[in-house]
Structure formats: C-alpha cells, structure tokens
Design a protein around this ligand. Structure first.
Ligand SMILES: C[S@@+](CC[C@H](N)C(=O)[O-])C[C@H]1O[C@@H](n2cnc3c(N)ncnc32)[C@H](O)[C@@H]1O
Length: 270
C-alpha cells in the first residue's frame, strides 16, 4: 500500500515557509551540457512546494510537477512564477507520461518516500534515450552561531545541532529517513540505469533562528504524527535549551546554517 505523507494543510504551509531553497548550481551541474540549448520536457516527482522545480524550470520548454498531496500542490501553485510549469496530482509509481517522452526527471528530497523499484521501472519507461534521472537531498552537518554576544561559543553553537539531533533521532525519526542519513548511498547503488554518478560537493548556507529551527522540525511529516500520538508541545526545544543552560537565549538569535547536498545523476543509454 502506498505511503501517504505531507497531506495536511498545516504541514504544507510549514514546509513552504521553513524548508530550504536549493542553489541554482545544483541544476546547472546536474544538467551539464544539456543546457547548451533549451530542453524539451522536465518531470519533477514529489514536487512538494515547488522547491526543486524552481531551480530546474528555466532550462526547459515545458515542466510537469507531480505530488500526491493536494495541499503541497496548492502551496506550489501559489508560489509559482513560471507560465510553462504545471502542477498536478500524481505518484512516482505511475508516472502520468507517455513512453519515451521525458528528457529529465527530477526528485528533490522525496525518493525515500517512493516505492522505488516501481519508480525506476516507470522512469525507464518514460525517459528518452540519453534522458536523465536526477535524485537529490540534503543533510545538515552542524549549525554555527552567527553572532554571539557573550558566553560560550561552543555551547551556543551546539544548541541547534543538538536540537536537530535530539528531535530527529528520538522523536520524529521515520525509518525512511535512514536513506537521508545514508546520503542516498543505498539509493545510488540500486538505480538500474547503467550510466550513473553522484556529486557531494555542493552546499547551501543561510541563516536561521531557533524559531526557524522549530519550524523546520515541524515541517517534517512525522512530527505531526508524533504530535497526534503523544499530544505534546515541542518540549524538546526547551529541554535542549535547559540542558545547555541556554534558556536565556533569544529565540530570534541568528545562526548560520550549512546544508550539504548529495546529487545523483543517472542516464538512460539507449
Ligand atoms: C520532503 S518533500 C520534498 C518536496 C520538494 N521536492 C523539495 O525538494 O523540497 C517529499 C514529497 O514527496 C511526496 N511524496 C510522497 N510519496 C510520494 C509518491 N509515492 N509519489 C510522489 N510523491 C510522493 C510528498 O507528498 C512530499 O510532498
């Protein structure tokens, strides 16, 4: 039975507000020489709020972005700036495209939710010869404080990192997240297309506060499930702050955050 996640309005709104945007360089590197002229057709699978579509769309004549969640699609449509992008309901296991009709398939931070053997089969069916499957995601090595007024820098920089570690490891970790922790190495291995490579050199840096950190956590689907089952406020935040004796920390205090990206590019040979 298909997994259904990211269905509610609240999770989609949090997703739109607190999830990172990808650097344009990711699209440039993944498309490489294909960018020499405009490419015909892109299919983005598990499009969410349109985060991955936004960096790839400029290189294509036409883009179809699919997701099973109507609420994610609603968020995606409301932020869409491209006339040639269509958002519609669809799933990775049954791509809404003709055989040999797609130049590039992208999937940002979503492949771990798919029934992947079915998805690979479908990708192989719809891709044109020379077409590419681009699968990517991100992980967060550490969060560094941007401005420290006084006190212990090490302890302060540990807060965000600890917060993420504790919440993900203990509270909202879903078995499918192990693929993200593994930086999609297993996924890379299992892709049946013969010509494949990965690159791990890109990262994206931005600033956030403890409020943003909390928002990011709340944008993970399993957080809502956790909340429903336990009926708890995100007490981890205050626990982390207390244990680090940082309850006096201003929630709007800015942190520098670096996300590391892992990108898989697989090509259909013939
Ligand atoms: C973590 S979000 C990624 C959104 C966006 N692509 C990004 O890069 O931020 C994962 C998305 O995958 C979608 N999803 C889950 N199962 C799916 C499936 N079987 N087929 C297609 N999309 C699926 C969810 O609805 C959700 O919007």
């Amino acid at each position: 039975k298909m997994l259904r996640y990211y269905e509610t309005k609240s999770i989609s709104q949090k997703y739109q507000k607190y999830r990172p945007h990808y650097p344009v360089q990711l699209a440039k590197d993944a498309l490489g020489s294909l960018r020499e002229k405009k490419i015909d057709f892109l299919l983005d699978v598990g499009c969410g709020g349109g985060q991955s579509v936004n960096i790839f769309a400029p290189y294509f004549h036409e883009v179809l972005a699919i997701d099973p969640s109507e609420n994610q699609l609603k968020e995606a449509r409301s932020q869409n700036k491209f006339a040639h992008v269509t958002y519609k309901q669809g799933i990775a296991e049954k791509l809404p495209c003709d055989n040999v009709s797609v130049d590039v398939i992208t999937s940002g931070t979503s492949a771990h939710w798919f029934d992947r053997p079915k998805f690979y089969e479908e990708a192989d069916r719809v891709l044109k010869p020379g077409g590419r499957l681009v699968i990517f995601g991100y992980w967060s090595p550490k969060i560094v404080p941007l401005c420290v007024s006084d006190g212990d820098v090490t302890r302060l920089s540990g807060v965000g990192t600890q917060l993420l570690k504790n919440t993900f490891n203990k509270l909202i970790f879903h078995e499918r997240h192990s693929h993200v922790r593994d930086k999609y190495n297993q996924i890379f291995g299992e892709i049946p297309l013969l010509n494949k490579r990965r690159f791990d050199n890109l990262s994206t840096d931005y600033t956030w506060s403890l409020v943003d950190a909390k928002g990011m956590i709340q944008s993970v689907d399993s957080y809502e499930t956790y909340m429903k089952s336990k009926e708890l406020e995100l007490k981890e935040l205050s626990e982390v702050k207390r244990s680090a004796r940082l309850s006096e920390l201003d929630p709007s205090e800015q942190f520098a955050r670096s996300l590391k990206l892992f990108v898989i590019v697989a090509e259909k040979l013939n």
